[in-house]
Each structure stands twice: as C-alpha cells, then as structure tokens.
Design a protein around this ligand. Structure first.
Ligand code: M6R
Length: 608
C-alpha cells in the first residue's frame, strides 16, 4: 500500500511530485523517494521515514527535471530503509520504477533474473520489475514494459521512466488504483485524486491491464496491445475538501464533518415527501423477492457498520443476513447462489480482502451491492448496484465519517427494501424517515456537548494498559467500533464485550480501577445492561456510562454518566459512537501519538 505520483510537462517535476506525495501520505509513510530525468541524466533521491526526510535531502542536494516519478511507501516486502524505498533502478541506473501493490510471483522471477546475472540491491518485490524491463528492453520502453508486466502475478500500479526516453512516462494498472491527470501541455499520474487536484480537475481512471504511454501533450492507453479510449471525468470536489481546514488533525476535522456528511448522504436520497431515490440501485421488487439470503462483507470499521446493517435488514426486510469479515469470508465455503445478495462495505473501495471477497461471491453467482465512499473505485466498478456514501475524502487512518455514513446507508437501504418488499407499513416508514432527517442536527449537538467530557476521560485513561467497552444489542456493535478506535490510535489495549458474555470469562480481567465504558442506549435491553454494569462495578471497575437523557438512574450506579439526546433505538448508534471517537482522539493526542497516521497502519489496505 503506497502512493505514486508522476509528472511529464514543462515545469519542475520535483516540486509537483513532492506536493502530490504530501497528499498521498495517508497511503503509506514509512519512506519516500523520487526520480527525475534531468538533461538525459536519471537522478534520484530516496529516504527512509516520512516525506519530510526526502524534502530535506532534496533541499540540501536539489534535483529537478520536467519528467519524474515519486513514491510514498508502506512496507510489505523488506523493512522501511533507504535501499527498499522506491524508485528502484536497473543496474545501469537508466530505468526507474515506482510500484503500489504486491508481486506474488516475485521469488520465482527473482531467481530467474539472478540466474541471468542480475544483482539486487533491495528486499522488495518491486525491484524485479525494473530488472525485467531491463531484460526485455531493445530500444522500445513501452514494448519492454508490456512484456515485463505479462510476467507479473499479483496487484500493481506502476510508474516508469528512463533517461533513454526523456519524453515518455509509462503508467500501468492492475488491481491497484491509478489515474491520469490531464493538464495543458502536461500530464500527471497518481494513485489518488488529491495528489493532482491542485493542478487539474480532468482525470482518467485507468482500468485493469491498462498500459498508458504519456508524452508532454498527449497520451495513448493500450489494453492487451489494443489501443483503447477511456472517458475523461471532471472532478467536482475541491482541494479544500482534502485539507485540514484549520483543525489540528484530519481525524478531528472528519469527526466534525459528520453532521454534513450524514446530511449529504441522506438528502440526496430522500425527497420532501419522504420517498427514497437510489440512482445506482437497480434491484426490482421481483428480484428482491427472489433473494433468500444476504451476506454483508467488509473489514474493520466497515464490518462494524455491517453488523448494524444486518440488524436493520433483518428488522425491515425480513431476510436472513450474515455479516462476515472479508478476510475470512473469502476462504469460507459460503452458501452462495443466484438467490444471494452480497453487500460489500468499503470506504476506499480498494481493500484487497474485501475486493477478493466480492469477486469470490460474484463468481458463484451472487448479486453484488456495494456501499463505498469512492466513486470509480474497484469495488464500485465491479458491483451491479452501488450506494455511494457522500462523506468526502477521509484522510485520517481512523475511520469516523465513513462509518457514520455507512450506518446511514444501511438505514436508507433497509427502509427502501422494506417498502419494496411490502414489509414496512407506510406510517411507520414515514415516522422513521422523519426522525432520520433530524439526525444531522442531533449528531452536531452531540459532538459539541461531549467534547469536554471526552478530554476529561482521555486524561483519566491515558496511562491505563487496558479499557473495556460493554454493551448489548446495537450497543455491543458500537462497543466493537469504539474499542477499535481507541486501540488503533492510542495504543491502549481495548476490547468490547457483549454485557451478557462477561460472566463467561472476561469479567476475570476486572480489577480495582479498571476503566469500563458501558453503552446503554437500547431501551429494550437497558435493565440487562444495568445488571452488567453492577457486576463490573462490584469488582472495582471505574465505570463511565453512555445513555439517553431519560435514564437518570444510571448516575447513581456509574462513576460518570454522559447523556445523549433521545432518538429511536436504531438511530442511537449514530449518537453513541461520537464520544468514543473523541475519547480515542484526545487520548492519542495527550500521549503524543501521530493521530492521523498511527503506527503500523495505513489508510487503504490494498494487499492481503
Ligand atoms: O476502506 P475500507 O473501508 O475497506 O477499510 C476497511 C478497514 O481497513 C478500515 O475500516 C479500518 O479498520 C480503519 N482504519 C478503522 O478506523
């Protein structure tokens, strides 16, 4: 999982590439590098650590050129180091390659190349690509690249330049995202749009097996040796949307963007009369009746949204729903046939496990409906039906607004399918839709009302080695998400327990002053949760309760209680997740952690 930027034009490519890499650091940030062609010389600089190390080195020893490629890395093969950083060069250092993805057959190819006399400087899978190009090179760079990629198995997007071809930039896409940016007398290559949005709004999404040859004012795209046309799309969102907007961190900005993101996701679908319109969902009433089973498949936070989705669809559509994590689903012997609907949830739309699960299900005849935040992403392109969450770009590794808009997606889909199937009575439907429309304001109010309390709780827990979230029903699903948020950025061990499960083992972990955050918003299960709270309290836990306004009695049982606005049970997860998001944020902040780029993680996991 890495980010690629390429430039060919009249300007200084170094500056443009560094600017682009900065916008892609969320894709990986353990090392960075770039190569440019400068008066028929190939010059490069690459460094372990954050992009700032590369910038510093280029400031000390400037390199420039009107053709270049750059890379920000998240290590897969080989530790983060200068040698393993991209670009990788052939022996004579006249060809340079940057790569995002993973070459699965690299060991076989490496052995073959070593037998042919090639020597390797890095432990990466990428280095075989540049040596393969070198091996096939007979004066035609595009031809050599085409022959080399024919040998590769795995996932790769590539940027390639050569000092022997100072007017040529080659871009390749297979299973890893790559776009072209179209400027005036200049062209760009990038793993994602924010990298080039300062420069152009016209982009081409490369498709699998596309090999593009870019010169300064034109480009050709080949697929399987055939010349192909790809549509140029105009990007409508602004670069401001991908910057911090005055917040200290992207995560905080994204937490505060939730009311707007929820509103955007909702209001584009529900008209003033409360009717739902879904432009990319084509399932008819007839087809819906034939669906006998639904799988919801996703990873991490998206999976937690899927758990709530399962509950919602079962409630309103009365269909059997199984929620599974993609990395398990893809290897399970699932019950899939033409009567199966698989709902894929992925913010990025590029998560490798999720994409593999999608393909597995599709190959067995399932209909694929995806919930994704990225238009034109792989998941979107390979699905029959798409629900776009209009959350805008999510940059922080810790997902917040993508999660809450995924919940909204499930609310809308369940209501829509519930009506389509005739299972949801009209009055109830309108009552729910009316309350749904109130939620952006309630989320906004919650963000402001719990902010200070989140800081206080962060102070209290910052030195703890463990923290537990407990909840029942939908509150249990929120607890899973809350615990993931805390551990991924504060590095505190956090776990979620269904309250009823405590007595089956986990309660042994509770000792004097162990922090337990109990989410108790599901009114039908409230008494049960109160009993669970009492059981941890009597073993010495320090308990913080999150509940609705009406449950004032919780104040006499917990050490601290945070009250939320009232709403329907099904909507409380949108409100109850806000405090845990902020607790995670402030705890990471107090501990001096890199909030937006936590250790060992990357935003988009495009390798298995
Ligand atoms: O892009 P996706 O939604 O497919 O990503 C799935 C997970 O990797 C992601 O939700 C991850 O768990 C987040 N870092 C959690 O905050």
């Amino acid at each position: 999982m890495c980010g690629i930027v390429g430039y060919i034009g009249q300007k200084d490519g170094t500056e443009i590439i560094l600017e682009g890499l900065e916008k892609l650091e969320y894709r990986g940030y353990d090392s960075a590098g770039l190569a440019v062609i400068d008066k028929n010389r190939l010059r490069y600089s690459k460094h372990e650590g954050k992009l700032s190390n590369l910038k510093e080195s280029i400031r000390e020893e400037p390199i420039s050129g009107t053709l270049g490629i750059g890379h920000t890395r998240w290590a897969t093969h080989g530790v983060p180091s200068n040698e393993n950083s991209h670009p990788h060069m052939n022996g004579e250092e006249n060809i340079a390659v940057v790569h995002n993805g993973i070459i699965e057959n690299y060991l076989i190819l490496k052995k073959e190349l070593i037998d042919r006399g090639y020597t390797f400087k890095s432990d990466t899978d990428t280095e075989i690509v540049v040596h393969l190009i070198d091996f096939y090179y007979e004066g035609d760079l595009l031809g050599a690249v085409t022959k080399a990629v024919d040998r590769l198995k795995g996932a790769y997007s590539l940027g390639i330049i050569s000092r022997l071809h100072p007017d040529e930039l080659i871009a390749v896409r297979y299973e890893s995202p790559l776009i072209l940016g179209i400027g005036h007398g200049e062209l760009f290559v990038a793993s994602d749009i924010p990298a080039i949005l300062n420069r152009t709004r016209k982009v081409v999404y490369l498709e699998n097996n596309d090999v593009a040859k870019l010169s300064r004012d034109s480009y050709l795209i080949y697929n399987g040796n055939r010349l192909v046309e790809r549509e140029i799309k105009e990007i409508e969102w602004d670069i401001e949307a991908a910057s911090k907007d005055g917040y200290d961190h992207f995560m905080l900005k994204e937490i505060h963007q939730q009311p707007q993101a929820i509103k955007d996701t909702l209001l584009r679908r529900i008209d003033n009369n409360g009717s739902i319109f879904l432009e990319n969902i084509n399932i008819t009433a007839e087809e819906l009746k034939k669906i006998n089973r639904v799988y919801i498949v996703a990873c991490g936070t998206a999976y937690h949204a899927g758990l709530l989705g399962k509950y919602m669809l079962e409630q309103f559509v009365r269909v059997v729903v199984i929620a599974d994590i993609a990395s398990e689903f893809r290897y399970n012997d699932n019950f899939i046939d033409e009567g199966t609907l698989v709902i894929i949830v992925s913010q990025s739309g590029e998560t490798a496990d999720t994409l593999a699960a999608l393909r597995e299900a599709k190959s067995k005849g399932a209909r694929i409906l995806s919930i994704t935040n990225v238009v034109g992403s792989s998941v979107a392109r390979e699905s029959q039906d798409i629900f776009y969450t209009w959350a805008g770009p999510e940059i922080a590794v810790a997902s917040t607004k993508a999660y809450t808009t995924q919940l909204v997606a499930f609310y809308i889909l369940s209501l829509y399918f519930g009506r389509l199937k005739g299972n949801l009575e009209e009055n109830l439907y309108h009552e729910i839709v009316n309350e749904l429309k109130e939620l952006p304001d309630k989320v906004k109010k919650t963000i402001y009302s719990v902010d200070l309390i989140a800081m206080e709780i962060a102070e209290k827990i910052k030195d703890k080695s463990s923290l537990f979230y407990i909840g029942r029903g939908l509150d249990y699903y929120t607890s899973l998400e809350a615990a993931l948020k805390l551990k991924e950025i504060s590095y505190i061990h956090a776990e979620a327990f269904g309250g009823g499960e405590l007595k089956h083992g986990s309660i042994a972990l509770i000792e004097e002053d162990t922090p337990v955050i109990a989410i108790a918003t599901q009114q039908n299960l409230y008494d049960k949760t109160v009993s669970n709270i009492k059981s941890v309290k009597s073993r010495g836990a320090y308990v913080i309760g999150i509940t609705r306004e009406r449950n004032t009695d919780l104040g006499t049982i917990c050490d601290k209680v945070v009250y939320l606005d009232e709403s329907f049970n099904i909507f409380m997860p949108l409100l109850s997740v806000i405090l845990p998001q902020l607790i995670a944020y402030y705890t990471a902040l107090i501990k001096g952690n890199d909030v937006d780029k936590p250790r060992n993680l990357a935003k988009s996991v495009t390798v298995e």
